[in-house]
Structures are given as structure tokens and as C-alpha cells.
Design a binder for this molecule. Structure first.
Ligand SMILES: Cc1cc2nc3c(=O)[nH]c(=O)nc-3n(C[C@H](O)[C@H](O)[C@H](O)COP(=O)(O)OP(=O)(O)OC[C@H]3O[C@@H](n4cnc5c(N)ncnc54)[C@H](O)[C@@H]3O)c2cc1C
Length: 525
């Protein structure tokens, strides 16, 4: 589906295909509105593919006394765990306690007890130093007095966005990527009439009308809707992560600790067979249209804490498989240090335009409901319905055939929902095997290339599946095989494949590699 083929008139147009826009899109369609989602780049191209991938209550909010926000997040986490197994999975966290360093045992115990109460489950446990070291042997043992275990959850952020989009029935909602909104259109009295949108590939521009428009463009929100508060504007803050092979940083549970220099929380946790290490929190002064990238200073900052808490001198930046950076937008007067800025989301509503930005992945549904409540007067009073219903469709207990086991089936259903059965059924059994060094099956590549609006190689390798983050040099060594598998579905000619490969590798080098590159790996390949 392209911009030139769609209806010109809608009940609601949602701008931005990150988690916020996808959540509003899904909930609006369920409530009976005819809704259009327009994303200027790729679905989840913004912060929603670059988060820490935690579905969490947010101990940080609890520490700041934001009980209501923590409670909402814990409830959302519990619901997602129940409704999206295989996509949202429990994550065991370990938090060391050092003598005279960071929050003490009793302060942590109090916080974790409240956290458990909110989830109606007693989940945290304290371990003495010797026991704790057995759980995470590579951690610093000097002055370790013990540590806590508790639970949160994790997700593939892109697949979360894609499941919301893919499970929205086509007769209620249409979602287009690579379609940028250039302008909000208004009647002479100021009320919103629709948008002017442009197909990024063909350059075609169209005027579309809607009873209301939702601006869910994250860090870009002020481009379409300037802040109504003259002294507070969106402040883009960058958070960056390093990804290590698990063999180098042997962490099989999340470990969370306090950075030795500025006391910010840092974590290392297993994700898709690798280990994520992050994050930073710095002002992002670069062009928002460019892919954000980690700086050498951020990488050094993260490595300082890694070496402090995991004192194995062999782990170095050169072992890093890849990096990624995301931009958080916070409403700010610009006076506080980044980490002290409030993470609360922002809603501005005026004349049929509602802007919603900030917040978290975890609470996307509540954010969608609040946003739809704000446009209700403009869409004929239609109220959000089905709040108690599941957000994701359930899937069958067992796979068709015998080529995938129970654990693989759970993973596929988490990522593809009801479509997982078709993926298994239509794939050559030889392709139902993992790509080396990852959990992604070869069969996933042609499947998503055919069905999920893949326009560029980066969409395929960095967002539909994540092998661009999980294999050396963005999967450069796999590109011939990927081309062979996806050629029949992507219908790119040889010249286009060449251009896509070059564009992808250049972009990967700029935004997903370690500053300074991996010269030793290049020689070895
Ligand atoms: C480093 C980091 C770690 C985080 N970790 C977590 C975490 O672990 N758990 C959690 O719950 N939350 C986390 N968050 C917060 C969470 O990731 C964000 O709140 C969320 O992803 C924001 O989603 P969004 O849809 O509002 O914005 P985005 O995902 O940025 O989406 C906005 C989209 O709008 C598009 N767009 C912009 N302008 C236009 C236009 N004119 N026309 C069409 N499209 C346009 C962009 O291309 C973009 O795709 C983290 C944030 C950061 C920065």
C-alpha cells in the first residue's frame, strides 16, 4: 500500500510509527475509528528501536516517590507478560550491595518490597556475598556485602511496535512507512482539517483529511506542534548502549549497579543471545534527521563502569559487536543535568491536534487511552472500548509440523503472533535453523521481507530482525546469503542490491559501530 492508493478521508490520522503512535493506532482501530498511521522513515526507526528493551515498573520512579507511575508501569508489565509470552519475557535482575557504596541493603529492601506489593507477588530475595558471587561470578568481589534478586521483563522493542501494527485489522486501520507528514492542515478558524503527506520514495504529495490528528513524533514533536509553554521545550537526550558477545561478558541475568563516577544506574543484561550494556544520558545536539550514534566519551564512560564492576582486564571495547543510541525527549527548561529531568510524558491538545511525547514502552496502552480521550470531542464522542480485552491475539499451543520445538515456537509466536503458524508452514525446514551467533531463523528473513513493508536493507536487518546488531560488522559476512534468500520477495535488481548493501554498511559504520571501528575484525574476515 502506498500514499497514492489510500482513501483521502479518515476519522483519525496518527503521525509517527514508534510505540506511542502504534499503540494509539491499535487502540483507535479497536474502538471503531477509521485510522491512518503515517511514519516518515521506517516503523520504530526512532527511539522505539533503540531503547533498553525493558518492560519495567521503574525502580527509579519509586525512588523519586512517583508511586502512581510505578504502579501503572508494574500493572502494565504484568499484563504484557500474560498477553505476549515469547515477546515480553521475565528478566531476572541482580543488584549487588557494596559496603559504603550506593544505596544500602535496607533502603533497597524497602523499595523492592513495595515493588513486589504492586505486582501482588513476593519476588525479591537477598543473598549473602558468597551466594551472590555464585550467581554472577565475574562481578567485583571487593567490599561486596551481598545483593538482591528481583524480576522485571524485557522485549524486542521493534517487534512490539510491529505486532501492534500487524494485528490491527486492515479494514479499520492502514499504516504506511516512508510517508512523512510535512504540514498540519487547518480550517480558517484554526481547527485541524488533516495533513499534507509525502511519499519519501516517489516524492508524491497528498492532502488527507481527518477529524483529528495525533502527533506521536517523539523527539521531533515540536516540528509539527511548537510547545505551548514559552519557557519549556523538548530537550533531546541521548542514551547509548554497547553490545557484547555473551562469551566475553558472561552475564546470564541482568545486573544493575551504580556508576562509580556520577552514581547513575548502569546495567548489563542478556538479550537475544548477546549482552546489552548501558546506558548514557547526555544532551543530543546533532541533527535529529541523522541516525544518532555513540561518541567515544560515552563509550569510555560505559567501559569505566564495566571495568570497575567486571574486573576481567580482557574485556575491552574491541570485543563490542555493535552499539546503538536512542533519543529521549523530555520537556525542560534546560537548567537541570540530563539525569535529573522528569521522564513523564507530555500531552498538548488544541483544536483537534493532540501531541503526545515522552513516556515509556511499558505503558504504551495507558498513554494511547489518555490520548484518545483527549481527541474524543473531535471524533464524534467515540470512547475507547475494550480496555479489559487482550491487546495481542493468543496463539496455538503447538506448532504445525515437527520442525520447531516448544521454545522456538514460543519465540516465533511472540514475534509474529498468529502469523507464526504460516511462517513455519511455508518455510523450507532447512531454513528453520538459527543464523549463527543469533536466535533468528533464516526463514524469518524472506517471510518479513515479503509481508512487512521492507523498503531498505536496514529495515530488514536492524528492525524486522535484529541481526544487524547481533552479528559482527552488521552481518556483512551474511549479506550474500541474505540477498539470495530475499531476492525473490524484495524484487530489487542487482544494481539496487548493490546500492542497498553499500548504503546499509555505510550507515552501520556511522551509527552502530564502536567509535574508532574494528580494524582487527575487518582484517580477519
Ligand atoms: C536510551 C533509551 C532507553 C530507553 N529504555 C526504555 C526501556 O527500557 N523501557 C521503556 O519502557 N522505555 C524506555 N525508553 C523510553 C522509550 O523508548 C520511549 O519513550 C519510546 O520509544 C518513545 O516512543 P515514541 O513512539 O514516542 O517515539 P519514537 O519511537 O521516537 O517514534 C517517533 C517516530 O515519529 C517519526 N516521525 C518524526 N517526524 C515525522 C513526520 N513529520 N512524519 C511522519 N513520521 C515522523 C520518527 O521517524 C519516529 O519513528 C528508553 C529511551 C531511551 C532514549
Amino acid at each position: 500500500m502506498r500514499l497514492s492508493h489510500i482513501d483521502p478521508a479518515w476519522d483519525l490520522i496518527v503521525i509517527g510509527g514508534g510505540i506511542t503512535g502504534a499503540g494509539v493506532f491499535r487502540e483507535a482501530a479497536r474502538s471503531g475509528l477509521k485510522v491512518l498511521l503515517l511514519e516518515g522513515r521506517d516503523f520504530s526507526w526512532g527511539t522505539s528501536s533503540r531503547s533498553a528493551k525493558l518492560v519495567h515498573g521503574g525502580l527509579r520512579y519509586l525512588k523519586e516517590g512517583r508511586i502512581r507511575l510505578t504502579l501503572e508501569s508494574v500493572r502494565a508489565r504484568q499484563r504484557l507478560l500474560a498477553e505476549a509470552p515469547g515477546l515480553v519475557e521475565p528478566l531476572e535482575f541482580l543488584m549487588p550491595v557494596y559496603e559504603g557504596y550506593g544505596p544500602g541493603r535496607w533502603a533497597l529492601k524497602a523499595g523492592l518490597s513495595v515493588y513486589d506489593l504492586m505486582a501482588h507477588k513476593r519476588q525479591h530475595k537477598y543473598y549473602r556475598a558468597e551466594e551472590f558471587l555464585q550467581l554472577v561470578p565475574c562481578i567485583r568481589s571487593e567490599n561486596l556485602s551481598g545483593g538482591f534478586r528481583f524480576f522485571d521483563a524485557q522485549v524486542d522493542d521493534c517487534r512490539l511496535v510491529l505486532r501492534l501494527i500487524n494485528e490491527t485489522p486492515a479494514n479499520r486501520g492502514t499504516a504506511l512507512n516512508y510517508t512523512e507528514v510535512k504540514e498540519i492542515r487547518r480550517f480558517s478558524g484554526g481547527r485541524v482539517d488533516g495533513v499534507t503527506a509525502r511519499d519519501a520514495e516517489t516524492g508524491t504529495t497528498r492532502e488527507l483529511s481527518a477529524h483529528a490528528v495525533i502527533n506521536a513524533t517523539g523527539a521531533w514533536a515540536e516540528r509539527l506542534h511548537p510547545s505551548p509553554e514559552p519557557h519549556r521545550h523538548l530537550r533531546p537526550l541521548r542514551g547509548s548502549h554497547l553490545i557484547f558477545p555473551q562469551a566475553v561478558l558472561p552475564v546470564d541475568r541482568a545486573v544493575s549497579f551504580i556508576h562509580p563516577s556520577d552514581k547513575r544506574p548502569i546495567y548489563a543484561f542478556p538479550w537475544e543471545g548477546a549482552v546489552l550494556f548501558g546506558t548514557t544520558d547526555v544532551d543530543h545536539r546533532e541533527d535529529l534527521n541523522e541516525e544518532p550514534a555513540i561518541t567515544r566519551e560515552e563509550a569510555d564512560y560505559l567501559m569505566d563502569s564495566l571495568h570497575f564492576f567486571f574486573p576481567d582486564p580482557r574485556v575491552s571495547l574491541e570485543h563490542c559487536i555493535s552499539t546503538f543510541s536512542g533519543i529521549r525527549s523530555v520537556l525542560s527548561e534546560g537548567k537541570l543535568p540530563p539525569s535529573q529531568e522528569s521522564r513523564e510524558h507530555v500531552v498538548w491538545a488544541a483544536d483537534g491536534l493532540v501531541t503526545v511525547t515522552g513516556g515509556k514502552l511499558t505503558t504504551f496502552r495507558k498513554l494511547a487511552w489518555d490520548t484518545l480521550e483527549a481527541v474524543r470531542p473531535f471524533v464524534g464522542g467515540v470512547a475507547v472500548s475494550g480496555k479489559r480485552d487482550r491487546v495481542f491475539s493468543p496463539w496455538p499451543d503447538s506448532p504445525p509440523g515437527s520442525h520447531v520445538d516448544g521454545q522456538e515456537w514460543r519465540r516465533l509466536c511472540g514475534r509474529y503472533g498468529e502469523q507464526a503458524a504460516e511462517l513455519v508452514r511455508q518455510s523450507d525446514p532447512g531454513l528453520l535453523t538459527p543464523i549463527p551467533g543469533t536466535r533468528t531463523l533464516w526463514a524469518e528473513l524472506p517471510f518479513v521481507a515479503e509481508r512487512e513493508q521492507v523498503r531498505h536493507l536496514a529495515d530488514l536487518l536492524l528492525r524486522r530482525v535484529r541481526i544487524g546488531l547481533l552479528t559482527p560488522l552488521g552481518g556483512e559476512a551474511l549479506l550474500d546469503e541474505i540477498q539470495r534468500l530475499c531476492e525473490p520477495t524484495l524484487s530489487w535488481d542487482t544494481k539496487r542490491w548493490g546500492e542497498e548493501r553499500q548504503m546499509y554498511l555505510e550507515m552501520w559504520g556511522k551509527a552502530y559501530s564502536v567509535p574508532g571501528g574494528f580494524p582487527h575484525r575487518r582484517e580477519g574476515m
